[in-house]
Design a binder for this molecule. Sequence first.
Ligand code: SF4
Length: 472
Amino acid sequence: MYNPKSTKAEEFISDEEVLESLKYAEENKNNVELIDKILEKARLGKGLTHREAVVLLDCNIEEKNKEILALAEKIKKDYYGNRIVLFAPLYLSNYCVNGCVYCPYHAKNKHIPRRKLTQEEIKQEVIALQDMGHKRLAIESGEDPVNNPIEYILESIKTIYSIKHKNGAIRRVNVNIAATTVENYRKLHEAGIGTYILFQETYNKKSYEELHPTGPKHNYAYHTEAMDRAMQGGIDDVGLGVLYGLESYRYEFTALLMHAEHLEAVYGVGPHTISLPRIKKADDIDPDEFDNGIDDDTFAKIAACIRIAVPYTGMIISTRESEKCRERMLHLGVSQISGGSKTSVGGYFNPMPEKEESAQFDVSDRRSLDEVVKWLMELGYLPSFCTACYGSGRTGDRFMEICKHQQIHNFCHPNAIMTLKEYLEDYASPETRAVGEKLIEKEVQTLENPDIKSVVEKDLVKIHAGERDFKF
Ligand code: SF4
């Protein structure tokens, strides 16, 4: 029985409701009247239900599809302006006891080198990341209660926050670790994490169990209810995502939005972010062995429909995707990207020789952070290293309220300008700096509030003189 308010996985992600929604979408994919009605609602910028959104996803009318993509671009601009937040993943350990068939860290892979960073090695990684200019990390680790217990993760977070190298600092640590207990989520919350990210991989229970044949991750309900436990443990920013390619994208899309509706219904706050990963080649993984791969056009349509359905949720795309694909997704709704990423343990400071590489997946976009920043600016985007909302307690429902009222411009835009200025002063190449200084001049002129504008102008002078960490 479908019940978004239930905290039981099989009730808030009811298979029956997903299938009925897919049937409804199939029946209405050419229903102009209904599609127009949904688009009219979507234009209000308050989001859509999963059923409405999947009708748009399935829509088969070329002219309407153009409208859908254009609306996604408009909503993106209204809610996020031209800002793009930057981050990097930091792999702590690839020890893992699970048997996920799409991931090279699965326990049966005996030839991939296993590695777990010591606190000293974490320090070296963080200094390397700070020297690139990063302020925001997502830590990643396999599931292994012996090698990677919660105490190790907590100690690592403490180490990361403690490192102040030159003008560098990691100001927000997002955490992507296996589903755990309320008690452990509470510990993560107390350690000051930003977003807790956990990919569902697939919402289809049968496929989920087949794709996770062994290990604690096999338990569908425990994994699917993880965000509930995270919220109960005090974490109010959670990040969802599925791994496209494992199951039918229509099923995943619908269930993902049902998950978002569930979090909103029970905890009053939807997901902070939704990530968009597609299955990629890696050590002993061949994406062609999975039947549900999606092409770039479908991927773009998914991004657009998510943007329209949950306008206030950040969307993330990683370096798994190529420069070309990332550019398209930025227009349609993505608000955060990684840059200069290494997806192996120790990859920033002390990478292993290529033949002993321990990467979780192949990176498509191999450009440096400096190149990514310059590229974004040349496309008209404003790269942001801001972490101010987190530092000022604007998380969970407080953040969502600001976002829903499109007030985020008053905070995020000036903060993006100031953090970009810091980046240009401390880390950018001369070419990137030249592009950035021009952009900052232009962006300051777009600040409508004269008080905010005047503060930003003064703070930019102070940043040039060496002061750091200004924020609204
Ligand atoms: S996806 Fe995560 S849990 Fe599964 S094998 Fe890879 S690291 Fe382990």
